[in-house]
Design a protein. Structure first.
Length: 318
């Protein structure tokens, strides 16, 4: 018997950086692009197969995240193969859809089910993800596990995650900047900046935190009011970028902002920034279309995805 588990990618709408640095709320959505892991017990040791990573029967140690999964969730003395297929992208041009979190969620569930267990709780999945990647708030793990739109917060080691609705009157598409970014690397830049200039970075983080809280409070309002809050959230992110030198306001970023101008559509960074992807948001699809046409004309790529995809799914095969 083998078990196949799949988990969705994610995109953050609000709370970047401050969900880690200040315990602020984060809002993220699962997408309809997914990553799957097949676990089949037996054979010699634990091996990994992944066409995207160019791995065939490779030792599990070559993928630290999967090594962390096996060490934490596979019974002692067992062996097996983990086969990974992903629509979330790999390599330097990946779009930042949370492939590491989806990998941990899907692999952990597949391993546990293959050996007669059940899906680990969120706290254990976050701990596993941190062990394999060296940190992170856990919002991406929660979103990949639960699916839909997720409101996540971490304070004092306690996690809360619950489903919310995608706001009414908020049309969205996603532009890809064509270069992947390491979230861990961005957080390292932030920590270094806090040591270098704690006052300026602290003020910027406070402003970013307040903006994230305001977006959470404005979720139910939707429409132009929420769009205004998201635009303010983006401005506070750029303030943090300038204080901490995070590299978010890149030439590609400025090019999108110039294309959007003062029209109804806005740019909202979808995570750590400095590459990856970003939201293009407007009150309606009709108001969004001219902005998308302008970006496409300028050579920017749009990701073909939908928000609110289902969370973890498991299938047993004999």
């Amino acid at each position: 018997m083998s078990v196949v588990a799949s988990a969705p990618g994610k995109l953050m709408l609000a709370g970047e950086y401050v969900v880690v640095a200040a315990g602020a709320p984060a809002i993220a959505t699962a997408v309809d692009l997914r990553l799957s892991v097949r676990c089949e017990s037996g054979g010699q040791g634990w091996r990994v197969n992944s066409p995207g990573l160019g791995l065939a029967e490779a030792p599990v140690a070559e993928v630290p995240l999967l090594e962390a999964v096996v060490e934490r969730f596979a019974p002692a003395g067992t062996s097996g193969a983990l086969s990974v297929e992903s629509a979330l992208g790999v390599g330097p041009e990946k779009p930042g859809l949370g492939s590491s979190a989806a990998l941990v969620v899907a692999a952990s569930a597949a391993v546990m089910r293959e050996f007669g267990g059940s899906t680990p709780p969120l706290e254990e999945l976050i701990a596993c993800h941190r062990a394999g990647q060296g940190g992170g708030s856990g919002y991406d793990v929660a979103t990949s596990l639960l699916g839909g739109v997720c409101l996540f917060q971490s304070r004092g080691g306690d996690f809360s995650a619950r489903a919310v609705q995608w706001p009414d009157g908020l049309a969205a598409r996603v532009v890809h900047f064509g270069a992947g970014v390491s979230s861990a690397g961005q957080l390292h830049k932030l920590r270094s900046a806090m040591e270098r200039d704690p006052e300026a970075v602290g003020i910027a983080l406070d402003q970013q935190c307040a903006a994230a809280v305001a977006v959470e409070a404005g979720l139910k309002s939707g429409g132009p009011e929420l769009l205004s809050l998201l635009a303010h959230h983006e401005r506070t992110l750029i303030g943090l970028d300038r204080a901490a030198r995070l590299g978010i306001e890149s030439p590609a970023y400025r090019g999108v902002v110039e294309r959007l101008g003062s029209g109804p559509a806005i740019l909202r960074t979808a995570g750590a920034g400095a590459g990856d992807s970003a939201w293009i948001l407007a009150p309606s699809d009709q108001q969004l279309e001219p902005a998308l046409a302008s970006l496409t004309e300028a050579g920017y790529g749009l990701l073909d995805l939908r928000v609110g995809g289902p969370g973890l799914e498991i299938e047993e095969e004999r």
